[in-house]
Design a protein around this ligand. Structure first.
Ligand code: LLP
Length: 424
């Protein structure tokens, strides 16, 4: 069920016409459906209702405060990877007892901040990180709860840039050293080992790599228990894919069943870190057509959104569907076009080789499945103001991140005195 539907020929987000949002907020603009966010959360939570699972929404997919707040109200925990994300979660009231801190390069300052907050767990990825965390916890006189992230050496069969579980990836502690590092962690005075963690990649559309990875981690947990360690918790990461085009992502129930089957006889707590699966199909990027240009071999629809607003097509060759905001009347045949942005790079293509009803300057289009890794990966490249975000909830909508002014954009830069700056 999608919240993006035509009503009387006009594309809506829930009950709000997109044209109204574009008129009031301007374009480009991200729009999210609160109903879709809540629905995905409930589906996910329901699939795991009979298991001791803490679902920690992976903020990196979409860290807008309102999005976090919606999930927090439904009882979500979060997975953060920086002090910035931690601050976001705390700001909207996510209890520290439901926050896990992932990432291969936590700074000492980030560790201190999270220790002071009293989070559920640090996912530690190397021996030197373990030592640093131990030192910071000692300085504060606290115990740091740690799950060791293990690299299971498994190919997630996804895009190379988002596969994290292969042996050559920077992530996790090599499988072969896992037991030794768990012993090391247990021996450190200010570390409290609470279990193991894996995350093998993102946008997985096949369950078998999950099954293989879960089996490996469970095997390791058993070995550690035989050696006398408690291992009360397993964090199985995120990675469940969504449908962008014609992919058929695994059913949530099937995914849940694999988790259940892999872990049931261990009797441990489970943490999950879904990102994309909760938000990906709850958002779109709305853009206005600036020009339709006939090239030598192609027709280009030049829109006002660009790779700096939605980088996934340029960076991962990702596919995002495109819908005209005014429904086609069927009078003219569709044409084949590339949707491109104004940024000065050949790679600034948002959607290539698409059949679309005729479009003209001033028309609006929606790039679909843009709720995950869209706005969060936006930049100001070409000095384009950061793209705003709007949340729709039924018949109401609100700007949940406004478009910065040019003055704000330039305000954080300054000239040194020798170039005429204020000190000179
Ligand atoms: N946990 C960890 C440790 C992660 O590294 C990630 C994603 C997740 C959870 C959430 O994964 P998800 O459920 O969203 O697949 N920018 C890329 C995706 C990068 C994913 C990075 N890690 C994209 O646009 O496809």
């Amino acid at each position: 069920m999608t919240p993006f539907t035509y009503r009387s020929g006009a594309l809506h987000v829930e009950e709000v016409p997109i044209a109204r949002i574009a008129a009031e907020v301007g374009t480009p603009v991200y729009c999210y459906s609160a109903a879709a966010l809540r629905r995905q959360w409930r589906l996910f939570a329901d699939a795991f209702a009979d298991m001791p699972v803490t679902i920690c929404y992976s903020l990196k997919a979409n860290s807008n405060l309102s999005v976090i707040k919606i999930f927090a109200e439904l009882g979500a925990g979060v997975d953060v990877v920086s002090e910035g994300e931690l601050r976001r979660a705390l700001k909207v009231g996510v209890p520290p007892s439901r926050i896990v801190f992932s990432g291969v390069g936590k700074t000492r300052a980030e560790m201190r901040h999270a220790l002071e907050a009293g989070i559920l767990q640090f996912n530690v990825e190397s021996e030197p990180e373990l030592e640093a965390l131990n030192a910071e916890a000692a300085a504060l006189g606290v115990l740091a709860p740690v799950a060791l992230r293990i690299n299971p050496g498994i190919d997630a069969k996804t895009h190379a840039k988002i596969a994290t579980g292969k042996a050559e990836a920077k992530f996790g502690i090599p499988w072969e050293r896992a037991e030794a590092v768990y012993a090391q962690a247990s021996a450190l005075a200010h570390i409290r080992p609470v279990g193991l963690d894996i995350h093998i990649g993102s946008q997985l559309t096949d369950l078998s790599p999950f099954a293989a990875a879960f089996q490996r981690i469970v095997e390791l947990a058993r070995k550690l228990r035989t050696a006398g360690y408690e291992v009360p918790r397993l964090d199985l990461g995120g990675g469940l894919g969504i449908s962008y085009r014609d992919e058929v992502p695994p059913e949530l129930m099937a995914y849940a069943e694999i988790v259940r089957r892999s872990t049931s006889d261990l009797g441990c707590e489970i943490v999950l870190e879904p990102g994309r699966a909760l938000v990906g199909n709850a958002g779109i990027l709305v853009s206005e057509v600036l020009y339709v240009k006939t090239g030598a071999t192609k027709t280009f629809v030049i829109v006002d959104a660009a790779m700096n607003d939605l980088i996934r097509p340029s960076f991962y060759e990702a596919y995002h569907g495109v819908m005209p905001v005014a429904a086609a009347d069927g009078a003219a045949p569709p044409t084949r076009v590339d949707f491109v942005g104004p940024v000065c790079e050949t790679g600034d293509v948002l959607a290539s080789d698409r059949l679309t009803p005729p479009l003209a300057a001033g028309d609006l289009v929606a790039f679909l499945s843009a709720g995950a890794y869209g706005a969060v990966m936006a930049s100001t490249y070409n000095t384009r103001p950061l793209v705003p975000e709007v949340l729709v909830d039924g018949a109401r909508f609100a700007v949940i991140r406004r478009r910065p002014s040019y003055d704000e954009l330039l305000a954080i830069e300054s000239l040194p005195d020798w170039l005429g700056g204020p000190g000179g």
